[in-house]
Design a protein around this ligand. Structure first.
Ligand SMILES: [Fe+2]
Ligand SMILES: [Fe+2]
Length: 330
């Protein structure tokens, strides 16, 4: 049987549990938080006062902070790219409304959609950013798509999402901490609650991988190896500002996140290390020689990468983005 067919069979085998995993990891729509819970009520009498408070507190936050918040928001707003990508993964049958994997993707998308929504509205009200430039970047990013090297392979895609959900947990959580330290409790709470969603999603995708390891350990190991050897590309790796070429804004955005400690190259290795421990890579036995070698490579990778990450130097000065104009900085 071809590898592709085995993957399809594994996806079908796991399908029967997906409904219960939706219940375990996702929150019913009637119960989960909504963006409106964290934003001024535009029907209420206090609306203008609440907006004024957001604008006042926003002045306390530095330039790089806004760049990171904007980049995080744009990454969330590119959700159409992620949903269409996941719907195309082998074993996810979008045309069949009752297909449990398709249902997972739809429900996950519904939860994720609130992240870009709430951040976008907050940034708009803050008065600190150039919304039109941001909107152009978002449209460019969706139009440019992404290339994450997973193909339609569910194993590789679930490694990718396990990794990315944890990366977004870290970055939203750090943004929350910075906001709180500058006295902006509401923004802090908002970013913290987003990070909580990301953690739940991370746990879900990690469990998908765990279950695949149980039934197809060799191929799962090789898929994990392939993804890490390639290095996990960030979903916004094609980021650009208006007037510029594809991908030209990504490096400075990622430098900015690194400079303020929101997401660093050490975090990348920490995530890898966590995945290795979570999936108990060291304990998986009866592997083929090839998978055994892949496992050895993975086990040694964190220490190698920690050494490399220590040497990375980040420019000290802020990079000027069109999204956040210097006139608005303190
Ligand atoms: Fe998100
Ligand atoms: Fe997420």
């Amino acid at each position: 049987m071809s590898l592709k067919n085995v993957r399809l069979e594994v996806m079908q085998f796991l399908e029967k549990d997906v409904e219960s995993l939706i219940e375990k990891y996702l929150i019913p729509i009637e119960k989960i938080w909504q963006p409106a819970d964290f934003l001024p009520n535009s029907e209420g009498d206090n609306f203008f006062e609440d907006v004024r408070e957001i604008r006042e507190l926003s002045k306390e936050l530095p330039y790089d902070f806004w760049v990171v918040l904007v980049g995080d928001m744009i990454t969330e707003e590119a959700l159409p790219t992620y949903e269409s990508w996941l719907m195309d993964v082998e074993g996810v049958k979008q045309q069949d409304r009752e297909n449990p994997w398709a249902k997972w993707v739809r429900h996950w998308t519904g939860e994720e959609n609130r992240h870009g929504d709430v951040l976008n509205k907050y940034l708009y009200l803050s008065g600190r950013v150039n919304m039109r430039e941001i909107e152009k970047t978002t449209q460019f990013l969706i139009a440019d798509g992404f290339d994450i090297g997973t193909d339609r392979d569910p194993y590789k895609n679930f490694v990718y999402t396990s990794f990315q959900e944890l990366a977004t947990y870290i970055s939203h959580n750090r943004v929350a901490k910075i906001a709180k330290s500058k006295g902006n409790k509401k923004l802090g709470k908002m970013c913290q609650i987003i990070s909580g969603d990301e953690m739940r999603h991370h746990n879900a995708y990690s469990e998908f991988v765990e279950r695949i390891f149980k039934v197809d350990p060799n191929q799962m190991m090789l898929a994990f190896y392939d993804m890490m050897k390639l290095k996990i590309a960030m979903p916004a790796h094609f980021l650009r500002e208006s007037g510029n070429k594809i991908s030209t804004a990504f490096e400075e955005f990622s430098n900015t996140a690194q400079r303020i400690g929101v997401y660093t190259s050490t975090d990348y290795v920490d995530i890898l290390d966590k995945l290795i421990k979570r999936w108990e890579i060291d304990k998986i036995s009866n592997l083929t020689d090839e998978a055994e070698k892949a496992r050895d490579y993975l086990m040694n990778l964190p220490s190698r990468m920690y050494r490399l990450s220590e040497r990375i130097k980040i420019p000290e000065n802020s990079f000027q983005f069109k999204w956040v104009e210097p006139a608005f900085t303190k």
